[in-house]
Design a protein around this ligand. Structure first.
Ligand SMILES: NC(=O)c1ccc[n+]([C@@H]2O[C@H](COP(=O)([O-])OP(=O)(O)OC[C@H]3O[C@@H](n4cnc5c(N)ncnc54)[C@H](OP(=O)(O)O)[C@@H]3O)[C@@H](O)[C@H]2O)c1
Length: 350
């Protein structure tokens, strides 16, 4: 068994405290050696809880030689700066989603990681859960005939007004925070190419989008509908709709480790619930990151294509907003994603 990858955590974020730190502790191949905060008083109790060092400020953590890799759970707009700084300090990086707020910066950082021989991974956890392979295999077995459409939704209840997701300067908004999931699900389940047909973003305030939806065209003309929002009922699901039935995966994106996934198959007027074993996708994601650190590289095609699609969705929605009287008829954006075959079953890396 190789030595554990030594992790430094940049920021005492709520998600780090709730899910990632317990999982780093549970994972066999990582050890948290330091937790940094802008405010040392936040880091001290966490460091005590996990038996590691509390560090005052992110830069001080990056200068430590005993840190191999950093976990970066900062607000989205700060990811690019600190991913760059961490890599220039020679650290591998597990960065929270979205990796950055623009496709050009995402591409630049992924290239830089490759050039430096560092693993740079976007922390999209659900792709590590085997329930998606199960659903894909069920479809591939012909259970629902030919695929006609794919629909995915991630919506959450209203967040506190001071949540980072309500702050445009911090990279807030439903598209960047929640839209990642249904878009990634389409890429992960269908592969590429995905081409945007149209999108809409809505918000009660002028600063961030609170909800949105997009229609895309996938491989073989399959229609893809994605929906996301942060003032909604909790929903995290996708459905593969075929010529002879459909497959629904509920709790698709954030299932707790003890959750028994249920894949619902409907065909010939009958519905069958197929129960799967519980699985800890957070510990699995950490294991995958540790393996990538040892190799010095990550698979990144889906991450890049996701960034491209998110940007297309924003661009198309903005175009539509600027032309309120076209009714969308001429509001096309004329961009397609340059996705090669990004099927997870085919892609390894670049
Ligand atoms: N992968 C997943 O399933 C998942 C789930 C939830 C969230 N996330 C991601 O995790 C990231 C953090 O989300 P969260 O809900 O944990 O947010 P949060 O509790 O607000 O944490 C953000 C942290 O960033 C640090 N920070 C640095 N500059 C900041 C600034 N100007 N304003 C606010 N915070 C600042 C703070 O740490 P210090 O004060 O200690 O320095 C703060 O605790 C986001 O990118 C989000 O998308 C991912």
């Amino acid at each position: 068994m190789p030595d554990p990858v030594r992790i430094g955590v940049l920021g005492c974020s709520a998600f780090a405290v709730r899910r990632m730190l317990p999982a780093f502790e549970a994972a066999a191949d990582t050890a948290v050696v330091a937790v940094a905060s802008r405010d040392l008083r936040k880091a001290v109790p966490l460091a005590q809880r996990y038996g590691c060092d509390a560090v005052d400020g992110y830069e001080a953590l990056l200068s430590r030689p005993d840190v191999d890799a950093v976990y970066l759970p900062l607000p989205a707009a700060l990811h690019a700066e600190w991913v760059g700084r961490a890599m220039r300090a020679g650290k591998h990086v597990l960065a929270e989603k979205p990796l950055t707020t623009s496709v050009s910066t995402t591409k630049q950082l992924l290239r830089e990681a490759e050039d430096r021989g560092l693993a740079l991974e976007e922390n999209v956890l659900f792709v590590h859960h085997p329930q998606h392979d199960f659903a894909a295999d069920l479809f591939a077995s012909g259970a629902i005939g030919e695929l006609r459409s794919f629909s995915a939704t991630f919506t959450v209840p209203r967040l506190r007004d001071d949540d980072i997701r309500h702050d445009e300067a911090l990279g807030g908004g439903a598209l960047l925070d929640m839209g990642v999931y249904p878009v990634r699900a389409a890429l992960h389940l269908l592969g590429g190419p995905l081409e945007l047909i149209g999108s809409a973003l809505e918000g009660e305030s002028a600063t961030v989008d609170i909800s949105g939806a997009a229609l895309l065209r996938g491989p073989n003309g399959v229609l893809v509908h994605v929906e996301f929002g942060m003032d909604h009922e909790y929903r995290a699901e996708y459905e593969l709709r075929g010529s002879g039935g459909r497959i629904l995966v509920d709790r698709a994106f954030t299932p707790p480790a003890d959750w028994r996934p249920v894949v619902r198959l409907t065909r010939h007027g009958r519905t069958e619930d197929i129960e799967l074993d519980p699985y800890d996708q957070v510990v699995a994601a950490i294991g995958a990151f540790a393996a990538a650190v040892r190799k010095g590289r990550c698979a990144w095609l889906e991450c890049l294509e996701q960034a491209r699609l998110l940007e297309d969705i924003r661009w198309s929605a903005a175009t539509r907003r600027r032309r309120p009287h076209t009714n969308g008829a001429n509001g096309h954006h004329g961009r397609t994603t340059a996705v090669r075959d990004s099927s997870p079953r085919n892609s390894t890396n670049s």
